[in-house]
Design a protein around this ligand. Structure first.
Ligand code: FMN
Ligand code: SF4
Length: 518
């Protein structure tokens, strides 16, 4: 009998010992003369259960986790017997945390071998580009417009409209650039796609290229993601062999190829125009807009630049049709969002669901509260430039407009949870410090204002002229918000002001005493 096992090679699983677990299980099997077939996959995204090992059974893939190398012997015995083991979680897709998701973008992640284009095709891969080729470029753009897909990198700009702009520029060399800089705190969805289902990204980029008339693409990956860069390099080579990239894709006249570029560790290089500078071999400086990258992007040519998740959502939109995607979600936030639950949270990981789920459901119900067991005090949504929300705002639905209406943002879908030991004045100071460190230096409000912001917060914390300094901080935040060239300076006020507004007690005297002191 051959046991067919599945063990992730995703960086998160490797970080908690997945490779050692695979080695220990192989050694245990050799000792028992058991024949094993281990398929390496991406992660299912139930991070508290990693390393999660699955075994194929007639009922489906049964999961065990979190497995340590020391569990190898007993696990193998269980798998050879009735399957019972203290780490048994049941059929992976029936685990309630997994089952309540709507996995469209992540449909294959954790299921397929990310190195095999054959496995990709065996799981519906390639159907999106096939339909695009049959529809033609203009109808492909229209399909993406109709799906309601908005950019998943942070700004939420409609993807189809961006593609239409590039498609309408005169025929010339055009580029497709994938933003895989993923610098937001608590985010890892791009990494999971690149390491768990890289072909879906390649297919999405190829569809974009076909739609707008581009022939060359780049994936710009942050240097902190070596596993992703390796996975993408291998997948691109496999896609060329498979015919998903190269000349005459799908038997048509369409040709497209792409390569990986690795960044050098600057948060601001995730901003699309400084990313383009970096790709061109320059220091990553934000460019003033206009011109838009869609008109004058990489090397001055029309360029589609989208986030990993935006591209990775396109193949299923083309395959199943715009309406099937648009049917999910609320308001102007259509489809699903791969939400990343992180920080001090019991059940952290990747949770893909239709827009509309509330912050409270995400944190308390799905996330199970804090890992420390202490009360949740604050949640930062949308990365380092996102607002801190208190429990009073937990009824906010996950929706671009609903978050904006409460001075927040959903950004790239990162949710970072803090318990009651957090000091929100320190968090506010950290936001200014982060801005000062990561500022590209091009505009004054951000370059100088962030350092002045740290100093003002320090004075408030030290109780020096608190009322005057709080007014000064607000004034400074407005200067950053309205005077900065890009969202690094422009959005730093969100974490700062939300901390001050929702958690004033952390900035010294409670508001009532503050008033009395005036
Ligand atoms: C400081 C800063 C950092 C950013 N970092 C990223 C990033 O890491 N990944 C990303 O996709 N978008 C990032 N963005 C947003 C991009 O500028 C741009 O909106 C995005 O790549 C467009 O793709 P989308 O429409 O698919 O979201 C960042 C923006 C700013 C201002
Ligand atoms: S806001 Fe900051 S990061 Fe953005 S252009 Fe200005 S100095 Fe550069």
């Amino acid at each position: 009998m051959t046991l067919r096992l599945f063990i992730p090679i995703d960086a998160a699983a490797l970080a908690v010992g997945a490779e050692d677990v695979a080695t220990a299980i192989r050694a245990a099997a050799a000792r028992k003369n058991v024949t094993l077939e281990i398929k390496r996959t991406g992660s299912r995204g139930l991070h508290w259960l990693e390393p999660m090992v699955e075994i194929e059974t007639p009922a489906g893939r049964v999961a065990y986790g979190p497995v340590t190398p020391g569990d190898a012997e007993s696990l193998l015995a269980a798998m050879l017997g009735n399957g019972n083991h203290p780490l048994r979680q049941g059929v992976a897709e029936e685990i309630p945390w997994f089952k309540r998701q709507t996995r469209l973008t992540f449909a294959r992640c954790g299921v397929v071998d990310p190195r095999s284009s054959a496995d990709y095709r065996a799981h519906d891969g390639g159907k999106g580009i096939a339909r695009a080729l049959s529809l033609g470029p203009a109808a492909t753009v229209e399909e993406v417009v109709q799906s309601g897909l908005r950019g998943r990198g942070g700004a939420g700009f409609p993807t189809g409209i961006k593609w239409r702009t590039v498609a309408q520029t005169p025929p010339q060399q055009k580029y497709i650039v994938c933003n895989a800089d993923e610098g937001d705190s608590g985010t890892f969805a791009d990494r999971m796609i690149m390491e768990g289902d890289p072909f879906v990204l390649i297919e999405g980029m190829a569809i974009a290229a076909f739609a707008v008339g581009a022939s060359k693409g780049y994936v710009y990956i942050r240097s902190e993601y070596p596993h992703s860069a390796q996975a993408m390099d291998a997948a691109i080579a496999a896609a060329r062999r498979d015919g998903l990239l190269g000349e005459r894709i799908g038997g048509s006249d369409f040709a497209f190829d792409m390569e990986v570029r690795v960044g050098a560790g600057a948060y601001v290089c995730g901003e699309e125009t400084s990313l383009l500078d970096s790709l061109e071999g320059k220091r990553g400086l934000v460019r003033a807009k206009p011109p838009l990258p869609a008109h004058k992007g990489l090397f001055g040519r029309p360029t589609v630049i989208n986030n990993v998740l935006s591209f990775a959502s396109v193949p299923i939109i083309l395959d199943k049709g715009a309406a099937s995607y648009r049917d999910f979600g609320m308001g102007k936030s259509r489809g699903t969002m791969p939400i990343q639950l992180a920080g001090n949270i019991k059940h952290g990981g990747l949770f893909e669901t239709a827009f509309g789920v509330t912050l409270g459901e995400l944190v308390d119900d799905i996330g199970g509260g804090t890992r420390s067991g202490r009360p949740v005090r604050a949640v930062q949504v949308g990365g380092p430039l996102g607002a801190y929300f208190p429990r009073a705002l937990f009824d906010t639905p996950f929706d671009y407009e609903a978050f904006a209406a409460r001075d927040g943002l959903i950004g790239h879908g990162g949710v970072v949870v803090f318990d009651d030991s957090v000091d929100m004045a320190k968090q506010a100071r950290f936001a200014m410090e982060f801005c000062a460190i990561e500022s590209c230096g091009k505009c004054t409000p951000c370059r100088v204002g962030s350092t002045r912001g740290m100093e003002v917060i320090d004075r408030i914390i030290r109780n020096e002229d608190r009322v005057a300094n709080t007014a000064l901080l607000e004034d400074l935040c407005n200067t950053l918000k309205f005077g900065s060239l890009c969202a690094l300076g422009g959005f730093t006020p969100y974490p700062v002001m939300s901390a001050l507004t929702h958690f004033p007690e952390d900035f010294g005297a409670p508001p009532t005493r503050l008033q009395a002191a005036e």
